[in-house]
Design a protein around this ligand. Structure first.
Ligand code: 4NP
Length: 159
C-alpha cells in the first residue's frame, strides 16, 4: 500500500467530458482496492467556459452504466494546482502544451495514454462535438490506461 498520498490531477479542455471521466474511473479503481485514503484525485480544464457545471450528461450516463460515479464540478486550472499535484495527467497534446505554457514541471506532466498498450493512439479524442459512441470509446481508453497507471504506481511503491 502506498505510504504517501499520491496527488493526481487529470486535465482536459473543458473539464466536463474526459477528465471528469478519468477522475471517476481512477476513484473506482482506487476504491475497489480500499485505497481511498492514500490517493488525492481531482480534475480540471485548461479553459473555464463550464466553471461550476456538472459533467456532460453523456459522460455521466456512460460512466454510471459502467459503474463510475461521475460527480465532479468543472473548474479551470489554477496556479496552485501546479505545485500541489504530483502527477498532472493530460488527455491530449494540446492540454499538455497548455499546462507547459502555464509553467507545469515537465517531470510531472504526462499523457494518460502513455499507460495504454496500443502504440497507435496517444490522445483521448475529445467526444464533445460527436455522438454517444465517442463517449463509449472514451471510457474504453480511460479504463485501460487508468488500470495500468494504478498497477504501475502500486508496483513502484512495493519495490
Ligand atoms: P472535455 O470536452 O475537454 O473533454 O471536457 C470539451 C468540453 C467542452 C468544450 C470543449 C471540449 N467546449 O468547447 O465547450
Amino acid at each position: 500500500m502506498p505510504s504517501v498520498p499520491r496527488k493526481i490531477l487529470f486535465v482536459c479542455l473543458g473539464n466536463i467530458c474526459r477528465s471528469p471521466a478519468a477522475e471517476a474511473v481512477f476513484r473506482t479503481l482506487v476504491a475497489n482496492r480500499g485505497l481511498d485514503a492514500v490517493f488525492e484525485i481531482d480534475s480540471v480544464g485548461t479553459g473555464g467556459w463550464h466553471e461550476g457545471e456538472r459533467a456532460d450528461p453523456r459522460s455521466r450516463a456512460e460512466g454510471e452504466r459502467r459503474g463510475h460515479d461521475v460527480d465532479s464540478r468543472s473548474r479551470q486550472v489554477v496556479a496552485s494546482d501546479l505545485d500541489h499535484f504530483e502527477f498532472i495527467i493530460c488527455m491530449d497534446r494540446a492540454n499538455h502544451e497548455a499546462m507547459t505554457d502555464l509553467g507545469a514541471e515537465e517531470g510531472k506532466l504526462h499523457l494518460l495514454l502513455e499507460w495504454h498498450p496500443s502504440p497507435d493512439i496517444d490522445e483521448v479524442p475529445d467526444p464533445y462535438y460527436g455522438g454517444e459512441d465517442g463517449f463509449v470509446r472514451m471510457y474504453e481508453l480511460i479504463e485501460v490506461a487508468c488500470g495500468k497507471l494504478l498497477e504501475e504506481m502500486l508496483v513502484e511503491e512495493e519495490s
